[in-house]
Design a protein around this ligand. Structure first.
Ligand SMILES: Cc1cc2nc3c(=O)[nH]c(=O)nc-3n(C[C@H](O)[C@H](O)[C@H](O)COP(=O)(O)OP(=O)(O)OC[C@H]3O[C@@H](n4cnc5c(N)ncnc54)[C@H](O)[C@@H]3O)c2cc1C
Length: 386
């Protein structure tokens, strides 16, 4: 087994780290205070990311993307994950599923997304269909050359700034041995489409400046030509890229946890009580030691899954374990950091309380921890017919 990174992979990680520290960190406090990324800052960061060749690293090189291998992508996500979400998202990684664009879809959606001219968001979740996403009621009914969409999505990140939506909607039902099953299709919907209303959702405790929206479709018409892949096969299409997407949450959690550990360690080394640095007290030092150990484990799990993805051997359970462990590790790490900072850990003067709040969502989005455990448990039981 070879755990070493190539020179190129090390250079990629160092380049992204430098960009994050120089271009993103300086704006974090302002974004937090405003709950908004000011337009001129967003435009400047996007421009610099494009100039630095960091934009769309997950997209194929022959289409203008970075064409990075899965391990390099994890390194990019890890370094971007150090910074606040609202800012790091400006170094955009268009949704992987856009690679399914064909013909004119490429010109209208995929290529402009890679060039940074148009921005996408993904709409699956509904008020009554969260983890059980297949129970969605948003429906797209065929009417000649168009689909007529009716229904409501919520918690849709970034929809307030997205130019188009990758929408998952029911286009029918099939009868299976386990009862009726909804057939889901993926559709590209322009945000300005008549019949679509986008409202800002309630403020979220995590990731200020990165907003969730409600999308209300009222007989919204979309050409059939805007369907990604085959009708009723939207989830199958999605699953081709889902593993890579889950690894991004794991990698983000690892990067953020590293930053939190560094800050907590510096504090423990410099804050003195009872005549010595608090880190010398076993109760504090051991918390750092456990955090560092878990962080290493999460990073290895994530990189190993990425290496397997590169080889074509990554399973759903590999991605689920990385997402589960890394996001839960980040939760523990940020909690420990608050404790080590004491009262200062809860004051908005320092970023510690923000890291603690921001970490919470990683265990919920892209499949909750419980859903990841289901995936892992199923893979364990399957060989025994369970
Ligand atoms: C900040 C934020 C941004 C988001 N962005 C997007 C986005 O851009 N696009 C999008 O489509 N969605 C998005 N989501 C939605 C996100 O993916 C869902 O919140 C998530 O999948 C969980 O669904 P839910 O919130 O409805 O919770 P529920 O599914 O109602 O779950 C509630 C609780 O029940 C548990 N539970 C549910 N089923 C089971 C089970 N079978 N076994 C054990 N426990 C179970 C869950 O783990 C959870 O603890 C976002 C959510 C948040 C909070």
């Amino acid at each position: 087994m070879d755990f070493s990174l190539t020179d190129e992979q090390r250079l990629i990680a160092a380049t992204v780290r430098e960009f994050v520290e120089r271009e993103l960190y300086p704006h974090e406090d302002e974004v937090e205070r405003l709950d908004e990324v000011p337009g001129e800052i967003a435009r400047a960061i996007r421009k610099k990311a494009i100039a630095a060749g960091l934009y769309a690293p997950n997209m194929p090189a022959d289409l203008g993307g970075g064409g990075l291998d899965p391990v390099s992508l994890v390194l990019v996500e890890r370094e971007l994950g150090r910074a606040s979400y609202g800012l790091q998202m400006l170094v955009e990684r268009p949704s992987n599923i856009l690679q399914a664009c064909r013909g004119e879809q490429r010109e209208r959606y995929l290529l402009p997304a890679i060039r940074g001219e148009r921005h996408d968001c993904v709409a699956m979740t509904e008020p009554e269909a969260g983890s059980d996403v297949r129970s969605m009621t948003t429906a797209a009914e065929r009417d000649g050359d168009t689909y007529v969409i009716t229904g409501t999505k919520h918690f849709i990140s970034h929809a307030d700034v997205a130019d188009f939506i990758i929408l998952f909607a029911a286009t029918g039902e099939e009868v299976t041995a386990h009862g009726p099953k909804k057939l889901i299709s993926a559709l590209l919907v322009d945000s300005a489409s008549p019949g679509l209303a986008v409202h800002r959702g309630p403020p979220c405790v995590s990731n200020r400046g990165y907003h969730q929206c409600e999308l209300v479709f009222t007989r919204c018409r979309v050409p059939v030509a805007n369907r990604l892949g085959e009708e009723g096969r939207g989830f199958e299409l999605l699953s081709q890229w889902l593993g890579a997407t889950r690894l991004t949450v794991a990698a983000t959690s690892v990067g953020r946890a590293r930053r939190v550990l560094e800050a907590a360690t510096q504090w423990a080394a410099s804050r003195r009580q009872f005549g010595q640095p608090i880190g010398r007290f076993q109760g504090v030092g051991f918390q750092l030691a456990d955090g560092a150990t878990e962080l290493e484990a999460a990073e290895m799990l994530t990189l190993r899954a990425a290496a397997k993805l590169d080889l074509g051997t990554m399973t759903d359970a590999d991605a689920a374990m990385a997402k589960l462990y890394a996001s839960e590790m980040l939760g523990r790490m940020t909690d420990v950091a608050v404790q080590i900072f004491g009262g200062m850990g809860l004051m908005s003067e320092l970023p510690v309380e923000r890291w603690w709040r921001d970490a919470r969502v990683e265990r919920i989005w892209d499949g909750t921890s419980e859903i990841q455990r289901h995936i892992i448990a199923r893979s364990l039981l399957r060989p025994y017919g369970g």
